[in-house]
Ligand binder design. Structure first.
Ligand code: BES
Ligand code: ZN
Length: 881
């Protein structure tokens, strides 16, 4: 494992390598403790580079067993090999030569899960971002595109299945019960897309015929016996392939497309060319074991990794600073896919909630960075919500500014111009400028400048002059290492809303460019005047969440209620109601701190009841509207001096007020929504379950609530309902006999199903209050728990630290102490997962002074540990800075 060198990589230091690797031929002789890797590399010196330039290859913990050039072994003075680097000191004079390297690695001892490792006796790989250098010495950087041929040898009984990238070209038997397979990938690719899988796995097979009539063999490989759990993933794959042809004109390009599910995986999934490798959590599902949210995630992630075949693989990144080029764009594509497959309105609200929950705190805290960063110490720590989620919003804004047609023309040009290349964000922006004739230079700041812009808006109406005026001012708060910010181009969706929700027309507008319902904010301050407006309209702002900004709007409460009931833009209608809830919660928080129980306006609780019962709205939409802002959302809106206990009290009081005011209405609806027919994971059925389960969440607060939830739990015929009821019991009735019983029943039923047990860990890690840290500590000793498995660690430790405000931020600091200890324990095996966990403390400065001091102590304790990995040191030092 690499420990920290302290080196900072800088975008401005990029320069092409002196050498290229045109062809890469790999032979693997697999063995858990001693796998031999023979790499034959066709190397070419770049034109203009002196023949004396040494060839320096990356390694990470490697042992070199042999090295030869053009058939001749090198002498010790001809090269310098350390575990982390191989330098060929005097390369041949010829511009092209063949380098053969032999290394030995131990997949069974690889607990970092980067490079070649074992997961439940299956050999698998994870090479992004810099894992390939743990397999062999290489120019392990994304701008080195090479054509790979891979031969895998293994004992047939241990590994009947041998997979790599590209198409299968040969296979056969060897002596002593061994066999081999050869794979060839005709598309040049960077090393981070290399993959190998070997083991005994079950297969689900299908095929897909592309638009141009080619047949592609599809395979999903899972643990033997779990084949029937891969049906939904296969269906999602075929829908993804079809959608990419229709929406972007992109066809698949190999004869086979394989997906392998493994149970030890650092991330969600990986887009290796022709051989995607997945965390099994994002493949395996049936109604008995997976929730509707799991089904939706599987669909989205299958799509995401498939879409990378064009946005990431055919066109890759020049360097890791350009990560958003593939990730932000591919997230945008998977969002659009899910919107088309499900409900666009509901999907958009869910996206915005995720963005605000994960990206906003990142952008507003010590880890803030631009969508395209300019420096990093550890690239693994830059797979962030900013690169992904904000990166996707930036692509969406390009489409908003250009319109659908010019956007598509730009994408077509991107594929045409850069296919087979390693590109940059500048290349990406240029295709849209060329396709549309627009100037995107000010817009480009969205890639280069960190921080969430704020728009302050006020409005006035002059009835005599029939003039409606919006005053809009932009500001971007300072972020670490960027104190002065430049003015941005913000496409602000808007609508003037009149009686009954009808759009209000106007004659003319001045003060900003306004087209297609979008005000283009480019200056610090715009005074936008609409003429010919007789009646004062309500103004609906940032419609569709057209820009990832915060808004400070002076708005009458009456307008807010009106928009929550009538805005024709479904996102903004949801937003209006959500803002009313947030305002009420913040007022209640202040009351709680002042010692009074909060009172809630009847108007608000009544509106909640009307939305719940509004049959013109989709059930899934109503469920989203009724789900109160989370404790972390409220904390973010309060900003400073956070006391999580007071926030919880305020939130529970509002939930109770809504439940009491709507008891009969909610009960009736709850009963009518009971599932009849057979289970279906489709969006409409899931929406009905979501609405019924949020109603249960409210009704469970009333007398007899625990009994109602217990009945819901016992009668559940799918995991969505079962997990929802268990959550209600464990969180709303912690310690009750009903909660204890349900937790015990669930454990007894699923103790051998690791993915379902993750839900059991998660639910218990989320129980609000001061006792949970002890429960979580005890659960680390549960037989189903393991510090070596990322899914287990995230379910228990990750949920506790990032989704349990009152438990984690216990006033005496015990949550933080447990956390620091555990992060260091995880880090010994897996620095990448430990570093991700550690980001849970990034908002420590917003806490009230007592908790702030204790959180800082925990961070300092981590920083003081010996031999800290680059991953963890980078996060902890930036968080403390
Ligand atoms: N390329 C990534 C996987 C990855 C991330 C590998 C970081 C190495 C380091 C993959 O395409 C990805 O983005 N996966 C996401 C899920 C996706 C739906 C956003 C993940 O794994 O969380
Ligand atoms: Zn991705």
């Amino acid at each position: 494992m690499r420990t920290d060198t302290g080196h900072v990589f800088k975008l401005e230091d990029y320069r092409p390598s002196d050498y290229l690797i045109l062809q890469t031929s790999l032979v693997f002789r697999l063995s858990p403790e001693a796998t031999r890797v023979i790499a034959t590399l066709t190397i070419e010196r770049r034109e203009g580079v002196a023949a004396s330039a040494p060839l320096v290859l990356d390694g990470d913990g490697l042992t070199l067993l042999g090295i030869a050039i053009d058939g001749r072994d090198l002498q010790p003075q001809d090269y310098a090999a350390t575990p982390d680097e191989l330098a060929v000191l005097k390369p041949p004079a010829a511009s092209r030569f063949e380098l053969v390297l032999e290394t030995e690695i131990a997949p069974a001892r690889n607990e970092a899960l980067m490079g070649l490792y074992r997961s439940s006796n299956v050999y698998c790989t994870q090479c992004e971002a810099e894992g390939f250098r743990r397999i062999t010495y290489f120019l392990d950087r994304p701008d080195i595109l090479s054509i790979y041929t891979v031969r895998i040898e293994a004992p047939h009984n241990e590994a009947p299945l041998l997979l790599s990238n590209g198409n299968p070209v040969d296979s056969g038997a060897l002596a002593d019960g061994w066999h081999y397979a050869v794979w060839h990938d005709p598309f040049p690719k960077p090393s981070y897309l290399f993959a190998l899988v070997a083991g005994a796995l079950g297969k689900v097979a299908d095929s897909f015929t592309t638009l141009s009539g080619r047949t592609v063999e599809l395979g999903i490989y899972v643990e033997p016996g779990k084949e029937r759990l891969a049906g939904y993933a296969m269906d999602a794959l075929k829908r993804s392939m079809k959608w990419d042809e229709e929406a972007f004109g992109r066809e698949y390009d190999l004869d086979v497309f394989n997906i392998v599910a493994v149970s030890d995986f650092n991330m969600g999934a990986m887009e290796n060319k022709g051989l995607n490798i997945f965390n099994d959590k994002y493949v395996l599902a049936d109604e008995e074991t997976a929730t509707d949210a799991d089904f939706a995630n599987i669909e989205a992630i299958i799509a995401h990794e498939y879409f990378h075949n064009w946005t990431g693989n055919r066109i890759t990144c020049r360097d890791w600073f350009q990560l958003c080029l593939k990730e932000g764009l591919t997230v945008y594509r998977d969002h659009e896919f899910s919107a088309d497959q499900r409900s666009r309105a509901v999907k958009r609200i869910a996206e915005v909630r995720t963005l605000r929950a994960h990206q906003f705190p990142e952008d507003q805290g010590p880890l803030a960075h631009p969508v395209r960063p300019r420096r990093y110490r550890e690239i693994n720590n830059f797979y962030t919500a900013t690169v992904y989620e904000k990166g996707s919003e930036v692509v969406r804004m390009i489409r908003t500014i250009l319109g659908a047609e010019a956007f598509r023309a730009g994408m077509d040009l991107y594929f045409e111009r850069h296919d087979g290349e390693a590109a940059t964000i500048e290349d990406f922006l240029k295709v849209f400028e060329d396709a549309s004739g627009r100037d995107l230079s000010q817009f480009a700041l969205w890639y280069h400048q960190a921080g969430t812009p704020n728009l302050t808006v006020s409005s006035s109406h002059n009835a005599r002059a029939k003039e409606f005026t919006l005053e809009i001012e932009q500001s971007v708060p300072p972020t670490p290492s960027e104190s002065r910010k430049r003015l941005m181009h913000i496409p602000l969706g808007f609508g003037l809303v009149g009686a009954g929700g009808k759009p209000v027309s106007y004659d003319d507008v001045e003060g900003a460019t306004v087209d297609n319902g979008v005000i283009h904010i480019r200056k610090r301050r715009h005074v936008v005047r609409f003429t010919g407006v007789a009646e004062r309209p309500a103004v609906s702002l940032n419609r569709g969440f057209s820009a990832p900004v915060t808004l400070s709007v002076e708005q009458k409460t009456d307008d807010q209620f009106f928009l929550a009931g009538h805005d024709s833009d479904s996102f903004s209608r949801w937003q209006a109601f959500n803002t009313l809830l947030t305002d009420a919660l913040i007022a209640a928080f202040r009351q709680v701190l002042g010692g009074k129980p909060p009172a809630f306006a009847q108007r608000l609780t009544e509106l909640a009841g009307r939305i719940a019962a509004d049959e013109t709205l989709e059930p899934a939409y109503r469920a989203l509207a009724l789900s109160l802002p989370g404790e972390a959302d409220i904390a973010r809106d309060i900003g400073k001096g956070i006391d999580p206990d007071a926030i919880l009290a305020a939130r529970e009081a509002l939930a109770l007020a809504i439940a009491r005011a709507n008891r009969e209405n909610f009960t009736g609806l709850y009963e009518r929504l009971a599932d009849k027919g057979p289970f279906s994971p489709d969006a409409a059925s899931a929406g009905r379950r979501a609405l019924r389960n949020i109603l249960l969440d409210y009704l469970a607060l009333l007398p007899e609530g625990a009994a109602l939830a217990a009945t819901h739990f016992r009668s559940a015929s799918n995991m969505t309902d079962r997990a929802a009821a268990l959550t209600v019991l464990a969180h709303r009735h912690a310690g009750s006999a009903e909660a204890q019983q349900a937790l015990a029943d669930f454990e007894a039923k699923y103790r051998n199903d690791a993915l379902v047990m993750d839900k059991w860990f998660q639910i218990q890690a989320g129980v609000p209050g001061s006792k949970t840290v002890e429960t979580v500590r005890a659960l680390t000793g549960h037989p189903a728990f393991s510090m070596a498995n990322p899914n287990r660690v995230r379910s228990l430790i990750g949920t506790f630290s990032s989704a349990n405000q009152t438990g984690f931020h216990r006033a005496d600091g015990e949550g933080y102490r447990f956390f620091a200890e555990t992060v260091l324990e995880v880090e010994k095996r897996n620095p990448q997962v430990a570093a991700r966990l550690a980001t849970a403390l990034r908002s420590w400065r917003s806490l009230e002074p007592g908790r702030q001091a204790k959180a800082r102590e925990a961070l300092l304790a981590i920083a003081a540990a010996q031999n800290l990995s680059a991953d963890l040191r980078d996060i902890v030092e930036r968080t403390l800075a």
